[in-house]
Design a protein around this ligand. Sequence first.
Ligand SMILES: *Cc1c(COP(=O)(O)O)cnc(C)c1O
Length: 435
Amino acid sequence: MGEVISNERCKLQAVEALESNVRSYSRSFPAIFSRARGSVMLTDSGRKIIDFLSGAGALNYGHNNHEIKAAIADYLASDAVVHGLDMATPAKLQFMETFSSVILRERGLQYRFQFTGPTGADAIEAALKLARKITGRRNIISFTHGYHGLSLGAIAASGNRFHRRASGVSLSDATFMPYDGYLGPAVDTADYLRKMLLDKSSGIDPPAAILVETVQGEGGINVARMEWLQSIQAVAREAGALLIVDDVQMGCGRTGEFFSFEFAALSPDIVAMSKSLSGYGLPLSMLLIKEELDAWGPGEHTSTFRGNNLALVSATAALDIYWRTPTFSQEVQRMGELMRGRLHAIASEHGNGFVVRGRGMALGFDCRMTEIAEAATRKAFEKGLIVERCGPNDQVVKFLPALTIDAETLNQGLEIFEDSLTQTVKKARSADWWL
Ligand SMILES: *Cc1c(COP(=O)(O)O)cnc(C)c1O
């Protein structure tokens, strides 16, 4: 066993020597991950690790989901077209028809599909470009702690200073407004936004769009209230701006319903989707665009890997398997409540101002102190749990287990987190750097 582990350590060192310093998750989770199924990953040395990160939300249906894999294997075996630029294929037609009937029609929504380059960032780029083209305006309203990706247009609308600085150019044409709750419970920031946008002398240029996450994933699992989101939509309409919902991370069932904005009955002009859209961790991104806003000229926003057919096949399979009945959504909400209950119990047991936030199976455990969150997640990894941090100071532990996780594995993971936190708190108290 010792030999196996040192072998894994050698491989890790080889990766470090070869791969750029830009690598990031491999630093937080130093192991060679060789296999995975469902919510469990297996390292090179045979260690089993429970995954509460799920590819940053790209694996809502778990690793190597059997049923989805079968659809991919069949497709590959049939010599159907895998890559065809954005030419028409049966796989693409079937995806659009299935999405329209299973997801959109059921919810009284109607959209056109735009497949973008296969990153969330490129979907956001396309959305901003289209909003600017339609309105002839340049400014985008985005929100404090928002995250929309790292290409230049997307990072201009994202709050994080570290990432903004890394872009190396001046980032312009975005105005940041306080997200729901940013100024405390007494201030309705939607009222503030309305005042600023409708006042011709506020100094804010009329926006092409308001870009919003209903739950801020990278920003710290900050949850917007239904009333706030509805006000934001109304403000967008009053200001002649499009409403763009960034559902890249919170879509595909993460908050309990397929779209994260369903609970507020929003009708966004554009919806950006990626991460779990393909259902299998294959890269796939798209925009949903209201028909009357489809103002693109042919090829105005293009990319080589738009709507890759393999990813469209797995995406269709995920819709067929999980979204044809309400059962899955109900189960996600039930498991989310279970998680929330456990995390609340852990928070109140320690009684040190820990806060639990989130919706559905996107939950954040705010440790308030970076050091606590950092030490607890590092310890959790040693004990066999992958769990990430988020928030402006990486002080929030972010729980994104697969939506398909079984109760036993979920509880095991939560137990590891609880043990890790208890040890961290005990150590911090005895070292007197935290009371
Ligand atoms: C991850 C993410 C993006 C960017 O997606 P990439 O595929 O990493 O470019 C955009 N918006 C949100 C809300 C995200 O979570």
